[in-house]
Design a protein around this ligand. Structure first.
Ligand code: ZN
Ligand code: ZN
Length: 280
């Protein structure tokens, strides 16, 4: 099986599984019609995939192949058992993606791009794939830089990317998990309830729970938000405070969003008052 086919098979399996879970055990009623949001989110996904294909492609995987052939990067220089290198590379990559996400909130120009992900008024499995194309390209370049620095094995990179994509679909799922299962999973991985806090309109909640796959980084770095959102999972308003009108969140508006308006500063929504939310 080719690298691309393997990726697609793992992804499609997880997408269908989370889709069925959302259908059987939905967590929150949706504010916006699913079809309207899906058209926008999947439109953005298709655009991202096409732009990646015609530009840098599967750069992280290709970079890993290239580095391995030339003996570049930490793990190509030291002599460790394959399993130890694989586990270490996986952990380093997941931590790097966590740090990138923290930077996406803290650095104004990156936040402009990342806001497109946060502007979704509901979150479901398609939200996990909804990113501005420039953010996707920057992420791929960053991942490739980490891959070449550590000399990660190409198949570990492939597995990591597949797990990361699958996890993004899962953590955005509008899925109601039993509390005991959510609590048990959290010891290891991020869950939908954990990531929903990150999509709250309240910036003090948004700037927590940055993890995409493993939950350990939030716990270690002090960004873990254990409690539900202040208004509870059902009552929490999701999205950006200054973009609460679905009519202004079409595909073209999202593509233009990083260039079109001055986002509120970090901490601007502290206190979480819904009264500050303004339309458009
Ligand atoms: Zn974020
Ligand atoms: Zn998210």
């Amino acid at each position: 099986m080719s690298e691309a086919a393997l990726r697609l098979t793992i992804f499609a399996g997880i997408f269908v599984a989370v889709g069925l879970l959302e259908f059987a055990f939905p967590k929150r009623p949706l504010r916006v019609s699913r079809w309207r949001r899906w058209g926008i989110n999947l439109g953005l996904v298709v655009l991202d995939v096409v732009i990646l294909r015609v530009t840098i492609g599967a750069l992280a995987f290709a970079t890993a192949m290239y580095a391995q052939a030339r003996g570049w990067g930490l793990f190509n220089l030291v002599d460790l058992p394959f399993w130890a290198e694989a586990v270490a590379a996986f952990l380093i990559l997941d931590f790097a993606v966590y740090l990138q996400h923290v930077a996406s909130h803290a650095v104004p120009v990156l936040w402009r791009l990342h806001r497109v992900h946060h502007a979704d008024l509901d979150i479901d499995l398609t939200s996990g794939l909804r990113f501005h194309p420039i953010e996707i390209l920057l992420s791929m370049l960053f991942k490739a830089a980490v891959v070449v620095a550590i000399g990660a094995d190409p198949w570990v990179v492939l597995l990591f990317e597949a797990v990361l994509n699958g996890s993004a679909v899962f953590t955005h799922g509008n899925v109601r998990l039993p509390e005991w299962l959510d609590a048990a999973l959290r010891w290891m991985v991020c869950t939908p309830d954990m990531h929903r806090v990150h999509h709250s309109i309240d910036r003090t909640e948004t700037d927590t729970n940055y993890g995409f796959f493993l939950s350990v980084w939030d716990r270690l770095c002090g960004t873990y938000h254990r409690a539900p959102p202040k208004r509870g999972h059902q009552g929490a308003v999701l999205g950006l405070a200054d973009h609460q009108e679905q009519g202004k969140l079409g595909l073209l508006s999202l593509l233009a969003m990083p260039f079109s308006d001055a986002p509120r500063g970090r901490g601007a929504d502290k206190g979480g008052s819904r009264g500050k939310a303004v339309g458009g």
